[in-house]
Structures are given as structure tokens and as C-alpha cells.
Design a binder for this molecule. Structure first.
Ligand code: SAH
Length: 365
């Protein structure tokens, strides 16, 4: 923070806007999260009690273990290949991958066949992942994007990755749709609308003036890449995130600091800025290459169907009473309807020749 109370990125963005005019929301989010020097993920570990937010793998090892059981079944489903890429997008501290490997190694052949490929942009988190996965017994590689991962059969996981990819916001004005932008009012960052018209955000032309719609070309492109890989190789995967089952208008851009919501324009680079994931759009883009998708289903029913209670009871057998209470509260946090159980959703995808993966046959969206 500089002497005038601004973050370094705030000063930089203001200078840029003063010179070149307002910037799109997508550009703002990309800079706030990914600016090489001042971006939120570039210099900090945001997870856990002393950070800004907590994710499911950080709540309890049970989450990663149940995902590991899913991966073990997925490995069988894709034909138990001799080698396969176990891919994670945005692996954070590496906790999910570490728990997945521990749980999935019960499947014969899984560990010997797996090469881990992590897609990560943050140098600091890459370091943390290296430490966490040191000694995991599998080769681990890092990539800036999915594209450089070798072409081979694969299982891919993404937990709270897509919400961190930038969105564009379009707002309906009196005559048409306009890009929502970040500009300057006196010396403060402020939201505004671009003068020029943008293409209609979605088919609903009857939307009232002021309606905000979100699109994310970057998310759609990652989903298309996954779909193309699934057309070429046997593979499957899970996307877990907060968001909506069907595309719908609404402003979901949000910022978090120290476990509370703050203004999206507050202290850029020091707060996490995310938005809800449009699962319908992701599924459509994955399917464009011929792959099949299942769900999304809410996280609570998904975890219950994967054996959340059984695993929790097993852990409690060896636990002291304080630990038992912690396990109970983790189960509630992960699967409770007013916690992560309903807002968070799970979308599965597979190569077109694969059968429906468990536990989707028993779950309705
Ligand atoms: N999956 C982890 C972390 C979620 S936070 C968990 O559940 O705990 C988002 C993660 O995505 C971080 O690791 C962040 O550095 C990474 N990330 C954000 N934007 C990215 C991008 N454009 N490309 C690759 N990784 C990105």
C-alpha cells in the first residue's frame, strides 16, 4: 500500500484509464488476479482461516478423498490405460491433488500409470504445490495453460478454478446492449457503460433496461479445449464450483477479503475477485467436441452419494471428542444446504464412448 492509501495496482490502473479510457470488466479482473507483479494470486496464499477464503479441500481431507475415489473409478472407466495424465486446473495449495493420490492409490495400477499435470499461473502457489506433492510417488509437471499438456488419456479436476477466470459484463441500455467498464470519477475507480453498442448478450430481447448479463470467452475456450481433448482421447473429469445450472442474467461479480464480501473496486490486487460459473455454457462448450456431460448436481447430494457419511464415521472412530466435533462441522460445511452443499455444483464429463459415471445415475440436477 502506498502512502496515499492506494494499492500499487490501483495507481497503475488509474493511470492507464486516465490515458487510454475505461477498461472492460474482463481486463479489470484479469489484472486484479493475474497482474505479474501486483495480481492477487501472484504474491499470496489466500486460503485458510488467516487468509481470505476457504475452499472445500482445505475444509477437510474427506473432500479430496471422495474425489480420489471418483478418479479411481474414472481410471477404470477410461480403460485403465498404461499411462494417463492426472490434470488439475488451479490447484491452490496442492491439497486436493495430495488427498486424491492418497485415496486413489488403492486402485491397482492407478499410481504407476499416473503423471500429474498442474495448470497454474502463480509462482508462489507453484512453490507450495511442489512442497505438498514432494514424495507423492508420481511425476509432477506444471503448465501455464491446458494446451501444453501431452496428448494422452486423462482425468481432469477443477475445483474453484473457473470462478477465477475473467468475465465480461454486458448491460442493456435504452437502445441496446453495452459493455460494462471500469472508469474514473474524479480520482476514484467507478463502474460505467461503454458508449458503443455490444452484440446482444443473450437471446432474451425482452430483458428490461438495466439487465446485466455475463459471458466468459476465456471459460468457454478452456471448456472447448477440454471437449477437443475428449474427442481425441479417452478421458473424464469433474468441474466443481459455485454457480448456476442454467444461463441467466444477473450481476454475480464479487470480491472477498478476510472471509467477508467487499466492494469489487476495493483495494485492487489485495482482494479476491470472482463470479458465479454458468454451468450451462461450460457444458455446451465441452459438448461441442462430441464429449458427454452429466449434471451439474449440487455438491451436497454428490458428496453424500460418494460416501461422505461413511468416510466421516470411519475417521471419527479413531478421533478424540474435539476432533469428532470438527469432523461433524466439516461435513456440515461441505454438504449443508445453506453452506457449500447447494450453491456449489459438480459437472462431470467423459469421452463419448464411456458410460454414465457414478454417482450421477442416482442424482437429479
Ligand atoms: N483448487 C484450489 C484453489 C482454488 S483458487 C482449491 O480448491 O483450494 C484458484 C486457483 O486457480 C489458484 O491456484 C490460482 O492461482 C489459479 N488460477 C487462477 N487463474 C488462473 C489462470 N488463468 N490459469 C491458471 N491458474 C489460475
Amino acid at each position: 500500500m502506498s502512502a496515499d492509501g492506494q494499492t500499487p495496482l490501483e495507481a497503475e490502473l488509474k493511470a492507464q484509464i486516465a490515458q487510454d479510457g475505461p477498461i472492460s470488466i474482463a481486463h479489470y479482473v484479469a489484472q486484479v488476479l493475474g497482474h505479474p507483479k501486483h495480481g492477487y494470486y501472484m504474491s499470496r496464499d489466500p486460503f485458510g482461516g488467516r487468509g481470505d477464503f476457504i475452499t472445500a479441500p482445505e475444509v477437510s481431507q474427506i473432500f479430496g478423498e471422495l474425489i480420489g475415489v471418483w478418479c479411481a473409478a474414472g481410471y477404470q472407466m477410461i480403460g485403465a490405460p498404461e499411462r494417463f495424465a492426472l490434470v488439475e486446473l488451479g490447484p491452490g495449495r496442492g491439497t486436493l491433488m495430495s488427498d486424491v493420490l492418497r485415496a486413489a492409490k488403492v486402485m491397482p495400477g492407478f499410481l504407476a500409470a499416473a503423471e500429474v499435470h498442474l495448470v497454474e499461473t502463480s509462482p508462489l502457489l507453484t512453490q507450495n504445490q511442489k512442497i505438498k506433492l514432494n514424495g507423492a510417488g508420481v511425476p509432477v509437471n506444471w503448465h501455464p495453460t491446458l494446451e501444453s499438456i501431452p496428448e494422452m488419456p486423462f482425468i481432469v479436476l477443477a475445483n474453484e478454478f473457473f470462478d477465477a477466470l475473467p468475465i465480461r459484463q454486458l448491460q442493456k441500455g435504452a437502445a441496446g446492449w453495452h459493455e460494462r467498464v471500469v472508469g474514473l470519477d474524479e480520482d476514484a475507480l467507478t463502474f460505467g457503460l461503454a458508449q458503443s453498442e455490444a452484440p446482444p448478450a443473450f437471446a432474451d430481447q425482452g430483458a428490461p433496461e438495466g439487465t446485466i448479463a455475463e459471458i466468459s470467452p476465456i471459460r468457454d475456450q478452456v471448456a472447448q479445449t477440454l471437449g477437443a481433448r475428449l474427442a481425441a482421447h479417452r478421458g473424464c473429469g469433474l468441474i466443481i464450483d459455485y454457480g448456476h445450472t442454467r444461463s441467466a442474467p444477473g450481476d454475480t461479480l464479487q470480491a472477498m477479503s478476510k472471509h467477508g464480501y467487499v466492494d469489487v473496486l476495493h483495494r485492487p490486487g489485495h482482494c479476491d475477485v470472482t463470479s458465479h460459473v454458468d454451468f450451462q455454457s461450460l457444458a455446451r462448450n465441452i459438448e461441442a467436441g462430441g464429449a458427454k456431460t452429466y449434471g451439474p448436481v449440487p455438491q451436497g447430494p454428490f458428496l453424500h452419494a460418494m460416501g461422505l457419511e461413511v468416510r466421516a464415521e470411519k475417521l471419527k472412530e479413531k478421533a478424540m471428542s474435539r476432533q469428532k466435533r470438527l469432523i461433524d462441522s466439516a461435513v456440515e460445511r461441505l454438504a449443508g444446504r445453506d453452506q457449500m452443499g447447494e450453491l456449489f455444483k459438480v459437472l462431470a464429463f467423459t469421452h463419448p464412448d464411456c458410460p454414465m459415471p457414478a454417482p450421477f445415475e442416482g442424482l437429479s440436477p
